[in-house]
Write a protein that binds this ligand. Structure first.
Ligand SMILES: Cc1cc2nc3c(=O)[nH]c(=O)nc-3n(C[C@H](O)[C@H](O)[C@H](O)COP(=O)(O)OP(=O)(O)OC[C@H]3O[C@@H](n4cnc5c(N)ncnc54)[C@H](O)[C@@H]3O)c2cc1C
Length: 454
């Protein structure tokens, strides 16, 4: 504890994209801020790593063309981008049938199964089209969609096992959850916020279209640089007390008093802070019912992207293997080949307490299944288990348990006295993405500037 103590207008808790954006906007508006970050680095669920001598993202990495908050920030900081490689054929392996297809083509399912898959996407997107993203619990039929699991909905909506299997993989790789751990209303909410399921799983024209040269973390780091001494790392906030006069925020790095606080962490992490007076029942119940998604991200480097010579794009979606999703992650102009993959949802939950060596062996075995024996000889393997990350405890986002959105949804964003909430889970565009985190930071800064400087 270094026992700093001082007064600012606003204390921001968390130096992820949401907290940094909020602080930056507040500072620009002449509001004094301090950002208290629990970790020893900024960026939160966006984090740099290194493999074979080049920088990769261990957290968020892709950006889609509709994610204008993030794109604008990259432009402002002069960060260059490159397209996701989609040459060659993708592999889809579900219910024991492996097939290949090219970018832009239909999924290679039997026609009847494809029709069922698309019908289910259409059902989700039809409801999503009516959703107010800021209040998805108000859509007609919300109670029914929230009172069941996505798995129950799949079981009751189709008899096509391949269609169900692809939707299960979507639950795992997009929501980092098992289909029994979220409700159809959550899928509808995300589809509404992120331009539909097809967009969320898509590459060209979708959310995995583009990457940042040097990684997606850079813009967070540049915002923190700009904020300078106002960002304090190794400063876990333990408690927030509020009175009619202001807030007192106690962290391991000291105590700050302020007019207002912004908690810019994922809801379950916000629920670990001690509040005086205690949170109202609805807010506390919400944070109890929004567990983090489960994801372990993997990077594997090879001498060359040898799969490209075999006519493969590197994109793999599979329910045969444990690591269910892979993409080519070869950086343009670099000789070495890169693959990025995931233990997602239940697989991440099952493998989180095994050793990195065991996970590496399993990941390589899975890659050999699809890319051939050359995959046995990586030059490096790097992983990040987000379930184990002490101040994030999972990713990509916190997923409401069935019933939580309709019962407690309004508490996501509603300020509690002098405490405001930000974070990608509170966004009303691109919820769950970096773009949503930035939008939430902008929204909260706007709310506060209105309050402090009417
Ligand atoms: C593996 C992975 C892949 C992803 N892929 C993509 C992608 O391709 N594209 C995309 O757009 N998004 C992706 N995401 C999601 C994206 O990274 C997140 O949506 C975004 O970074 C969330 O930002 P945030 O500011 O809302 O929250 P966070 O980044 O979680 O920031 C919250 C901060 O609060 C801190 N904190 C927590 N508790 C306390 C406390 N008590 N006191 C002080 N500080 C505290 C945390 O350490 C953290 O730094 C991915 C995430 C992961 C992990």
């Amino acid at each position: 504890m270094n026992n700093q103590s001082s007064h600012v207008d606003v204390v921001v808790v968390g130096a992820g994209y949401a907290g940094l954006t909020a602080a930056r906007d507040l500072k620009k508006a002449g509001v004094s801020v301090v950002v208290l970050e629990a970790d020893d680095r900024v960026g939160g669920r966006s984090m740099p790593g290194s493999i074979a001598g080049y920088v990769v993202d261990l957290g968020g990495q892709w950006v889609g063309s509709n994610q204008t908050h993030l794109l604008n920030l990259a432009k402002e900081f002069g960060v260059k981008m490159y397209p996701q490689y989609v040459g060659g054929e993708h592999i889809l392996d579900v219910t024991g049938r492996e097939a290949r297809y090219k970018e832009g083509e239909d999924l290679p399912l039997e026609p009847a199964d494809l029709a069922e898959f698309n019908r289910l996407v259409g059902e989700i997107e039809a409801v999503a089209g009516k959703v107010d993203v800021a209040a998805p619990w108000t859509v007609e039929g919300a109670d029914g969609f929230d009172a069941q699991t996505f798995e129950n909905w799949l079981q009751n909506s189709t008899t096509s096992e391949p269609a169900r299997a692809v939707h299960r993989l979507i639950a795992q790789t997009i929501f980092c959850s098992q289909p029994g751990q979220l409700s159809p209303l959550t899928a509808i909410f995300y589809a509404a916020a992120d331009e539909g399921i097809e967009h969320m799983i898509g590459t060209v024209g979708g959310a995995q279209e583009t990457l940042f040269v040097g990684g997606a973390w850079q813009m967070a780091s540049k915002m923190a640089e700009e904020l300078g001494d106002a960002v304090i790392v190794n400063a876990p906030v333990r408690s927030i007390a509020q009175t009619d006069g202001g807030v007192t925020v106690t962290s391991d790095a000291g105590v700050w008093t302020a007019a207002l606080a912004v908690v810019a962490t994922a809801p379950p992490m916000a629920g670990r802070i001690s509040y005086t007076p205690p949170m109202p029942p609805r807010r506390d119940a919400l944070t109890q019912r929004m567990p983090m998604g489960s994801i372990i991200k993997l990077h594997v480097a090879y001498q060359t992207p040898f799969w490209r010579d075999k006519g493969l794009s590197g994109a793999i979606l599979s329910d045969r293997t444990v690591t269910g999703m892979w993409m080519d992650h070869t950086i343009p102009g670099v000789e070495t080949g890169g693959m990025v993959g995931f233990f997602a949802g239940g697989h991440a939950q099952a493998w989180a307490e095994r050793s990195p060596e065991e996970r590496r062996a399993r990941a390589i075995e899975d890659l050999v299944t699809y890319l051939g024996p050359e995959a046995n000889n990586p030059i490096e393997y790097v992983e990040q288990s987000w379930l184990a990350a002490p101040w994030q405890r999972g990713a990509y986002m916190a997923i409401p348990s069935p019933g939580a959105l309709t019962a407690f949804g309004p508490a996501l964003r509603e300020p509690v006295g002098r405490i405001h909430w930000a974070g990608t889970e509170t966004a009303d565009v691109n919820v769950g993405y970096i773009d949503g985190a930035i939008q939430s930071g902008e929204r909260v800064a706007g709310e506060i500037v209105k309050q402090l400087k009417p």
